[in-house]
Every structure is written in structure tokens, then in C-alpha cells.
Design a binder for this molecule. Structure first.
Ligand code: SF4
Length: 344
């Protein structure tokens, strides 16, 4: 392998468990938090994911066609178009589940972990296909998704959007499909994501047009880096309209991993700065701004707030309403726009 960070010992030091030629699992920070403190990640708050039953994995640990400055991985990608040699999906899934169980086994003897919660964690109900790399470069992604769904495991797939052919061929569709839109225009995109292909921006906009007709829960994520791509709300709104997504997540860049060699702490926006962006975007698109998670500097815009929960995952009590951001118009605060049944 070309990537020094893919040396198994080094990866294992970083908490990864390699599960074959091109896949890896890593226990999410929030999976550990859910086990020890009962706190869930923002996708728990927004959509009903149970973080202690979530497996974070990638089928493309060393394959991506972008080199985003904010990415926390080392980027000596071995593959930029597709994986030439790959494992069967059944192998990837069974090894990933085994690895997750092994990585979590230590929590079994922890006094702070409820035994029932620990038992549940041994049987994941959700896969976050988003750890690192571009998952659509794995040629057997469809079969992998199908196997997860057969086992009753929901799937959140995060793509950088530059592989529209893979999106066209997705079958089955993931439970929730994320497309990252990390630049308001071609020029910022080129500078921030350093794509391997010259037509990457065109591919992204093609994906956005495809997304609007896909019959699954579709999310646009804007990862916002201060001084690089934060602002330009009108241009982002034009891109979002191409996809007509169910949800939009404006999210602040997190200063971690290898991104610290490309960016500085000054590039991390505050939660309030992300909030100003989210409020303006919500106003431009007419999407209600329904929730926020300050721990992760992320906001949720939902075209139809009543559809935010995954089927059967509605919480017993709804989260508090999103906070106000001083000085900004608050499109979500008119009664018609507030999540039905939510406080306030
Ligand atoms: S959905 Fe993402 S953040 Fe939440 S527990 Fe899973 S991997 Fe972690």
C-alpha cells in the first residue's frame, strides 16, 4: 500500500481495525459516549440513530478522488477512480461486525456501562458508511447495502458527490444518502478540495440533479471552513435547489487529525457563525430550521420536519427547539414552521 498511514500497526494505534483489503472500522467517539453516559450523537438527536448500536466503517479506506483540506485523513490515496482488487460484501460486513464487537468488548467490564446497553451494542442496528475515503469507489457497494438491509441494519452513506454514475446505479438506495457540498462555486471547490479529475465540479452538480429523484432520505451536508467556504449563502441555496433534499446540515469544520497540517484553529467557525449561515440559508430556501447540536456545531434544516425521524425511531420526548441567533431572521420561529409537537 502506498499510504504510510495504512500500515496496520499505525492504523490500529489510531483506533482503526482493518477488515480486509480496503475496509476498516473505527469506534465512533459517540458510540463510546452512548455506552458510558447515555449521550447520543447529533444524528441521534436529529433522526433517531442509537449511537451505541452504530458501526462507523469505510469500504474504501485508501480510495478517494478529492484531497479536501479539511479532511482529517492522510491523503496519499492509493486509488482515485475505483478499487481494482476488492473483497466480497459478505466478507466486508461479517468482518466489520466482528471487529466492532471486538473493539467494544472492553466496555463489558466497565461499571459505568449499563449491561443491557452493552448487550445491544454487540448487535449494531445502524452502519455509518462515512469513516474515510469515498465509499462509491467500492464496486460492490450495492450488495453491501443489500446485505445490511436484509439484517435489519439501516445505512447512512456519505458521498462527496463526484461519482454520479455510482449514484445512478445505487440499488438498493441507502436508508439516508448524504452528499457533501463543500463549496459554493467551482473556484472555491478547486482550491478547497484539490480534485484528481478536472471535471469533478461538473460531476458534483450532475449528482445534485440526480439526487432530486432518488427515492430515499436525501441530505446535503455543508462542511463550513471559516475563511474558505463559509458565506455565499445565495450560491449554496442555488446548488441545494438542484437537489431538492429532504434535509440540509450546515456543519462547522472540526480541527482534528491530518487537517491540522493544512488548516489552523482560526478556520474553525463558532457554533453561532454556523448558525448565522444556517438561518440565512433556511430563509433563502424556505426550509424550516428545526434543530441544532452545539457539541457538533451542526444545524438541521428539514423540508418537512414531521419526516425527520427514521421509521420507528421517534424519541419519547422531543428535543428543545433550536436557539435563536442574535440579529438574524428566524424563519423557523413562526408556529407553522415549528416541528409538530415540539416544545414551543
Ligand atoms: S452516526 Fe456517526 S457520529 Fe453518530 S454514532 Fe454513528 S458514526 Fe458516530
Amino acid at each position: 500500500m502506498g499510504d504510510q498511514d495504512l500500515a496496520p500497526a499505525l492504523l490500529e494505534d489510531q483506533g482503526y481495525q482493518l477488515t480486509g483489503k480496503h475496509s476498516a472500522v473505527k469506534v465512533c467517539y459517540w458510540t463510546a459516549k452512548a455506552l458510558t453516559e447515555g449521550r447520543h450523537c447529533y444524528k441521534g438527536r436529529f433522526y433517531g440513530i442509537e449511537s451505541h448500536r452504530c458501526m462507523q466503517m469505510s469500504p474504501s479506506i485508501d480510495a478517494c478522488n478529492l484531497h479536501c483540506r479539511f479532511c482529517w485523513r492522510y491523503q496519499g490515496w492509493e486509488h482515485e477512480e475505483t478499487l481494482e482488487e476488492f473483497d466480497e460484501p459478505a466478507t466486508v460486513l461479517s468482518r466489520s461486525l466482528e471487529a466492532q464487537r471486538r473493539l467494544l468488548s472492553g466496555f463489558g467490564g466497565n461499571d459505568r456501562v449499563d449491561p443491557e446497553r452493552f448487550r445491544e451494542s454487540q448487535v449494531p442496528r445502524h452502519v455509518a458508511i462515512s469513516l474515510t475515503g469515498e465509499p462509491t469507489l467500492y464496486p460492490k457497494l450495492n450488495e453491501f447495502l443489500a446485505l445490511c438491509h436484509e439484517r435489519g441494519i439501516t445505512t447512512f452513506l456519505v458521498t462527496n458527490g463526484t461519482n454520479p454514475d455510482a449514484l445512478r446505479q445505487l440499488d438498493p438506495l441507502p436508508t439516508q444518502l448524504y452528499c457533501s457540498v463543500t463549496a459554493p462555486n467551482r473556484e472555491v471547490f478547486q482550491r478547497l478540495t484539490l480534485p484528481a479529475q478536472e471535471d469533478a465540479w461538473d460531476r458534483l452538480t450532475e449528482s445534485l440533479r440526480l439526487l432530486r429523484d432518488l427515492k430515499t432520505r436525501r441530505v446535503i451536508r455543508h462542511t463550513l471552513v471559516k475563511g474558505w467556504n463559509l458565506g455565499w449563502e445565495e450560491e449554496y441555496a442555488r446548488l441545494d435547489r438542484l437537489a431538492n433534499p429532504d434535509f440540509i446540515e450546515p456543519k462547522g469544520y472540526v480541527y482534528m487529525g491530518r487537517s491540522r497540517q493544512r488548516l489552523t484553529r482560526d478556520h474553525v467557525p463558532t457554533h453561532e457563525e454556523v448558525g448565522s449561515f444556517a438561518h440565512r440559508l433556511a430563509g433563502l430556501l424556505g426550509y424550516p430550521l428545526v434543530d441544532e447540536a452545539p457539541d457538533s456545531k451542526v444545524y438541521l434544516l428539514a423540508r418537512d420536519p414531521s419526516r425527520r425521524w427514521l421509521p420507528g425511531r421517534e424519541p419519547a420526548s422531543l428535543p428543545d427547539r433550536v436557539r435563536t441567533v442574535e440579529g438574524d431572521p428566524l424563519p423557523m420561529l413562526t408556529p407553522a414552521l415549528v416541528v409538530p409537537g415540539s416544545p414551543g
